[in-house]
Design a protein around this ligand. Structure first.
Ligand code: SRM
Ligand code: SF4
Length: 555
């Protein structure tokens, strides 16, 4: 490809001197709360986004003030794991430098919002003291690696978790830019020391996502990833991993060339070593064959479809030096968090807390943030985040369970988790307004209200125990994986949503647009009608998504 055809982000990466750009200068510029446009592309590789408070845009414009700029920082936490000390540090850093809200994301990590420019370095430094960092959690590079969250999922959970960690380590970038810019490490003398055989100078054409799942619970929505690894466990031994390629959910309204896609299972690797090699080489294929001129068509899903499965496999085989075996059978039967208390094979206890849309804060309803801090202060539980934006209070010894239970009861966490409706506990919404620059409509600020209006409809039709998976995003990028929901709402304009139906319960079939641009009244009318039909005509045990497909609601 000639330089002329490269997208502007490609040129910025190439000229960035190992992702350094002019970030240092941008930070020192006190005239603005923003950083230069090129640096905005580069800091993503350091795990941050420049944003502004969209609620205050008009007011600021009227006063001829620049937008109220701040930054969001996203941590790298493979499999979503934090020690109690790290939770305490995150709690304190959030209070000192951000809005105070700790946001659990749909990819098993946490984000802090509202960090002003001069607070970025102190934030990163404080995280570093807690042995936490945000390297490569955004940008055209491999992101946070997901792993099935709950240790009760398998006695081999720790091993699978360690495998996910190996993938994450293998795909880390080599540049020392993060350490120099944010942590005052001395500038690297010989650039050869940070040569990156994997990412080279231009990194990947687009973001890259990997997840490892332990069937039968598809709790991480494994097929939504560029690479999904499905652990094949027989007789308590990990036999290897099925490898799925080309997942990705985003579409662009009005651009028919873009589409959501679930990953295709292309084969089975019969050892961890082979699976790691295959993952590495799939990344190099995307590096070498991915579209670097049109970012809308640059994800691996488009590369895979352009090449075709056969050519892709041939290329992979040539690079790895071995063939993948035929995929092994597996089955997903659910896609859920195990709320409340559960014990794993080793006898340790786990409490999954329902955190609505992943927002950990103290509000008039519940002091979630204080409660979790109290739990952390005991030093007797770890924290594990789920891809459904919840937290599992983890690894509690039987003798400590009572103490943790007492804290959960005292702050109403147990009651909140038990009493929240089934539909609410299965729902997710993305961040959207007021921080997401791409939001066309509300999501996490509106979903709770919408659910309060849908709950009475479920009661009316006697469906309040039905575990329907409903998700909402403020735009078609799909951050709360709305295209993989049984009922998906995708924002089109303020107060308007496309409604999607026919996704399955387990995350193996995407939904399709059922009705466009619905406002709240129209959504509730549709829901009333759909639930009534479901109640009357469903087969025994049939999930809502399968029912809506059988009825052919989407024509
Ligand atoms: Fe996302 C961009 C939030 C998971 C697809 N996503 C964004 C940005 C950074 C907006 C931006 O580019 O400036 C959002 C920041 C909002 C804010 O204020 O915090 C944002 N995405 C999120 C999170 C926080 C949603 C949440 O409420 O939890 C999730 C963070 C995950 C993480 O910890 O890394 C999040 N994003 C996802 C997912 C779900 C997943 O990966 O399982 C998807 C769909 C799967 C996929 O990648 O296809 C997703 N986000 C996107 C896209 C579309 C990518 C594409 O292929 O075109 C964008 C826009 C882009 O990259 O240009 C985007
Ligand atoms: Fe923002 Fe759209 Fe992602 Fe929601 S789906 S967080 S609105 S980019």
């Amino acid at each position: 490809m000639t330089d002329k055809n490269l997208s502007s982000v490609e040129k910025i990466k190439l000229a960035s001197d190992g992702l350094r750009g002019t970030i240092e200068e941008s930070l020192q510029n006190e005239i603005t709360g923003a950083i230069s446009e090129d640096d905005q592309a580069l800091i993503k590789f350091h795990g941050m986004y420049q944003q502004d408070d969209r609620d205050r845009r008009e007011e600021r414009a009227e006063k001829r003030l620049e937008r109220l700029y701040s930054f969001m920082i996203r941590l790298r936490l493979t499999g979503g794991f934090l020690t109690p000390e790290q939770w305490i540090a995150t709690h304190e850093i959030a209070g000192e430098n951000s809005t105070g809200v700790i946001k659990i994301t749909t990819r098993q990590t946490v984000q802090l919002h509202g960090i002003i420019k001069s607070h970025i370095r102190p934030t990163i430094q404080a995280f570093n003291e807690a042995k936490l960092h945000s390297i490569a959690t955004c940008g055209d590079i491999n992101r946070n690696v997901l792993c099935s969250s709950h240790p009760k999922q398998s006695p081999l959970h720790e091993k699978v978790f360690a495998f996910a960690d190996k993938i994450a380590e293998m795909l880390m970038p080599k540049t020392r830019a993060y350490y120099e810019i944010w942590l005052d490490e001395e500038k690297i003398a010989d650039k050869k020391d940070e040569e990156d055989p994997l990412y080279k100078d231009a990194y990947l054409p687009r973001k890259f996502k990997i997840g490892v799942v332990i069937p039968p619970n598809n709790d991480i929505d494994v097929l939504a990833n560029d690479i999904g690894l499905i652990a094949i466990i027989e007789n308590n031994r990990i036999k290897g991993y099925n490898i799925a390629v080309g997942g990705g959910l985003s579409t662009t309204h009005g651009n028919p060339e873009t589409y959501a896609r679930l990953a295709t299972v292309i084969g089975f690797a019969d050892s961890e070593e082979k699976a790691l090699k295959a993952v590495y080489e799939i990344v190099t294929i995307q590096r070498d064959f991915g579209n670097r001129s049109d970012r809308k068509l640059a994800r691996l899903k488009y590369t895979f479809d352009r090449m075709g499965e056969e050519q892709f496999l041939r290329e992979l085989e040539a690079r790895t030096g071995f063939s993948l075996e035929k995929p092994r059978p597996y089955q997903f039967t659910s896609r859920a968090d195990y709320y409340g208390w559960e014990q794993n094979e080793a006898g340790l206890w786990y409490y999954t807390v329902f955190v609505e849309n992943g927002r950990v804060l103290d509000d008039e309803k519940i002091a979630m943030k204080t409660a979790l801090l109290e739990v952390a202060k005991t030093g007797k539980a770890n924290f594990r985040f789920t891809c459904n934006q919840n937290v599992i209070i983890s690894d509690i010894k039987p003798k400590d369970k009572k103490e943790i239970q007492k804290i959960l009861d005292k702050f109403g966490i147990t009651q909140h988790t038990e009493k929240s409706s089934v539909i609410r506990k299965n729902a997710m919404a993305c961040v959207a307004l007021n921080t997401c620059p791409l939001a066309l409509a509300e999501a996490q600020r509106y979903m709770p209200t919408l659910l309060s209006k849908i709950e009475p409809l479920l009661l009316k039709h006697g469906l309040e125990e039905e575990p329907i998976i409903m998700r909402m995003t403020g735009c078609p990028n799909g951050c709360a994986r709305s295209y993989a929901a049984e009922i998906g709402f995708v924002g089109t304009a303020y107060g308007k949503y496309n409604m999607h139906l026919q996704g399955d319960h387990e995350g193996t079939r995407l939904n399709k647009i059922y009705k466009e641009n619905l406002d709240e009244a129209a959504i509730l009318t549709e829901m009333d009608h759909l639930l009534a039909t479901f109640k009357q005509e469903r087969k025994k045990g049939e999930h809502f998504g399968d029912f809506s497909l059988r009825k052919g609601f989407v024509v």
